[in-house]
Design a protein around this ligand. Structure first.
Ligand code: TMP
Length: 242
């Protein structure tokens, strides 16, 4: 990080710095890990670099498939150059297989293949615990216009198609993931934030053991051990991948 760079935002896993160009920011990926709305805190050694490399690869893949993202370039091991956007305060979750809060809230069994992918919107607010929104609450909150919500929904489904296909070629099942979007200065919606084992559930294909197959932050959330090894395996497969 250049000494002159000014920190403009610090989240749980990343710090955003400004550059001399107001349309360009630097995203610094931290090794810090949190779960359950930061009630659990720790560190995953090397996570910042691994997630920066994984996210960079996936943003470039998505760009090559016509999905606009905030990604510009990788700057250093754990810094990414990004386009400045105003983040839409929605956590957009896409699910292919039942896991996590979907199982807790509906009783569906973990591992159930959903008949088609589902998209959920949570209100991005740590103080409120990122609550799941209904359509009417989404409209009421007005954090995005109906046209923006429609764009975000269809982009999320396209991201899912591209990533599901890519991870399958890496021998990994994309169970679910969370993404975020932002508006650039002209109002275009760009895929933003990160896509990494922090924000996805990734299971080894062809591994029936329900714990051994986990390659994502659930290893940290659930104290399953070998967290760094799992992230390293995702990085190896993504960079060597399809
Ligand atoms: P959930 O099943 O806990 O709702 O999580 C769905 C997906 O979203 C999973 O891949 C993990 C990711 N996620 C985040 O990236 N950040 C969060 O704060 C939460 C709760 C989930």
């Amino acid at each position: 990080m250049q000494d002159s760079s000014k920190k403009i935002y610090e989240g749980k896993a990343k710090i955003i710095y400004e550059t001399e160009n107001p349309d360009v920011l630097i995203s610094y990926f931290k090794d810090d890990a949190t779960a359950f709305n930061a009630q659990k805190r720790g560190m995953i050694v090397g996570k910042g670099e691994m997630n920066c490399r994984i996210a960079s690869h996936l943003f470039q893949l998505l760009e090559s498939r016509g999905i606009d993202t905030h990604y510009i370039d990788r700057l250093t091991a754990n810094e990414m150059l990004i386009k400045a956007v105003e983040i839409v305060p929605l956590e957009v979750i896409v699910r292919n297989i039942a896991a996590g809060s979907l199982c807790k809230q509906t009783g569906l069994p973990e591992g159930l293949h959903l008949p088609q992918p589902i998209v959920e919107y949570c209100y991005k607010s740590d103080s409120l615990g990122d609550p799941l929104l209904t359509d009417d609450r989404l409209a009421l909150l007005n954090v995005a216009t109906p046209a923006e919500v429609a764009t975000i929904g269809s982009l999320a489904r396209r991201v899912n198609e591209v990533l599901t296909d890519f991870f399958a070629k890496c021998g990994i099942v994309l169970v679910d993931f969370k993404i975020e979007f932002g508006r650039d200065r002209t109002g275009n919606i760009l895929l933003a934030d990160e896509i990494s084992p922090d924000s996805c559930r990734l299971w080894l294909a062809n591994e029936p053991d329900p714990v051994l197959r986990i390659l994502d932050k659930d290893r940290f959330r659930r104290d399953l051990g070998n967290v760094e090894g799992a992230y390293r395996e995702v990085l190896r497969r993504v960079e060597g991948g399809a």
